[in-house]
Design a protein around this ligand. Structure first.
Ligand SMILES: [Zn+2]
Length: 465
């Protein structure tokens, strides 16, 4: 079991954020629970952990008359902790977006709980629900049964409809302060009966930028090889490799050298440099270049990287987004005129960033309308697919098969994964009003280029380890 799961807060006192501890203490003091809570805040801030603590507070056998800390020993607490409680339901809206899940919830929620005092529903990443599913959920929230409590968790509160929000008590998870981070990380180190130096603890608390999950993950790696973590060991783990510098990447970007930038970036990811750290350091290095008067337009690039950094937690392939930013920034696109033709020049074509992007080429093919409809259908809720498709052009429809072309082999690989392809085909079928299949090809102009990340899975494995 990972240390993050092992040391998931089990009581109010163990919760990471002081403000959240206070909110739960207020619930306990008032001895009154609401029917729905909306837990909002960044990834890894401890939203579902807090929701699980809340589920035990309201169901703990010791708390029948007066709410208090959960005992974590009674059968109710234990059944929630070990996941056997049938009245404790966790739904991941990111993978269960469908109306069916919410419909099932609506049907079953009227039934009284079979073992616990309250049925508790945790819906994680609730903003991912479809409009239909939201409407069904809203009906339930409008007349919640007495025995039901909802804990809706989201990283993107602006995507949750106001009608839902207005029926929930908000619990805001801010970014953890350095002290809050140190408090929680110390608890893990002490629990493992190991030690960490004050310097190493402060360094880690700063480096993980408010994510407890990342902090504990880094600690876990550091603790496997030593009884006492010092600053050097901590740096090695956080940065991934000793002596990593973001300067070469920043310089390659400032020079708009796509090949070099992709190469440097890919190498850093493969050698295990933490992506979040890499992005922050790259932005800092770019800022330094900006201050030196290198290039004023670098601000645009810094904003683009910042956007990826803030969204990387919700993307399945964050490295890919960075690569797209690099390609966009450097103005390298596969020559649109060469799609479907033989091309003698294997080099990518450099164009100025203001030049038409490849998607403009869609006007030339007759599937423009369908494609636009499809892109619109994404509604910005699927960052990965949206990013991938913005780099693809529809080439041909033959029967029930749409052939799309992309510039790089690694884009094709990403599109052809079961998850992405399934979603794409579903959207396309909806847009066309009939069952459609998608075929993806690498545009010949770019096919001979070395793929910037043909080993992205390997990189992901390192990144996620
Ligand atoms: Zn209990």
């Amino acid at each position: 079991m990972s240390l993050y799961l092992k040391y998931r807060p089990r009581t109010i006192d163990e919760l990471d954020l002081a403000s959240v501890r206070k909110t739960l203490e207020q619930i306990v003091t008032a001895n009154k629970v609401a029917h729905a809570y909306l837990l909002t805040g960044p990834r890894g801030a401890g939203k579902t952990s807090a929701a699980r603590v809340l589920a035990r507070i309201v169901n703990c056998e010791k708390n029948r008359n007066k709410l208090g800390e959960p005992c974590n020993e009674c059968s109710a607490c234990k059944s929630i902790l070990n996941g056997s409680a049938v009245d404790f339901i966790e739904i991941d809206a990111a993978s269960n977006r469908g109306i069916d899940d919410i419909r099932e919830l609506k049907e079953k929620i009227r039934l009284a709980p079979s073992q616990l005092s309250y049925k508790v529903y945790i819906i994680d990443e609730v903003h991912m629900l479809t409009t239909e599913a939201f409407n069904a959920l809203l009906k339930t929230l409008e007349e919640p049964p007495k025995h039901a409590i909802f804990a809706l968790c989201t990283t993107e509160t602006h995507k949750v409809p106001e009608t839902i929000k207005s029926r929930c008590v908000p619990i805001q998870f801010g970014k953890a302060s350095e002290n809050e981070m140190k408090r929680s990380l110390s608890r893990v180190v002490a629990g493992e009966e190991k030690k960490i130096s004050e310097e190493a603890l402060s360094y880690l608390a700063k480096a993980v930028d408010g994510s407890f999950r990342d902090g504990v993950k880094a600690l876990e790696i550091a603790l496997t090889t030593t009884m006492e973590v010092d600053l050097g060991r901590m740096e090695e783990v956080v940065v991934g490799v000793a002596g990593f510098s973001a300067k070469p990447l920043a310089h390659a970007l400032a020079d708009k050298d796509a090949d070099l930038a992709l190469q440097v970036f890919r190498k850093a990811v493969l050698t295990g440099v933490n992506l979040g750290y890499l992005l922050v350091e790259t932005m800092k290095a770019l800022r330094d270049l900006l201050m030196e008067g290198k290039e004023v337009t670098l601000t645009k690039l810094i904003f683009a990287l910042d956007e990826v950094a803030s969204k990387s937690g919700t993307s399945a392939v964050p490295e890919l987004l960075v690569e797209m930013v690099i390609i966009d920034w450097c103005g390298v696109v596969p020559k649109p005129s060469n799609f479907g033709e033989k091309n003698k020049d294997p080099k990518p074509t450099k164009i100025v960033p203001q030049s038409p992007k490849p998607e403009k080429k869609m006007a030339a093919v007759s599937h423009d309308e369908v494609w636009q409809k499809l892109l619109k259908g994404l509604n910005g809720d699927s960052l990965t697919l949206g990013a991938l498709l913005s780099k693809a052009t529809p080439a041909q429809i033959s029967g029930d098969i749409l052939t799309i072309k992309v510039g790089y082999a690694f884009h094709k690989e990403q599109i052809m994964t079961e998850k992405i392809l399934g979603k794409l085909e579903k959207l396309l079928s909806e847009a066309m009003g009939r069952e459609m299949k998608v075929k993806c090809e690498v545009a010949e102009a770019a096919a001979k280029m070395p793929a910037p990340s043909d080993t992205i899975d390997e990189a992901m494995a390192i990144f996620n380890s």
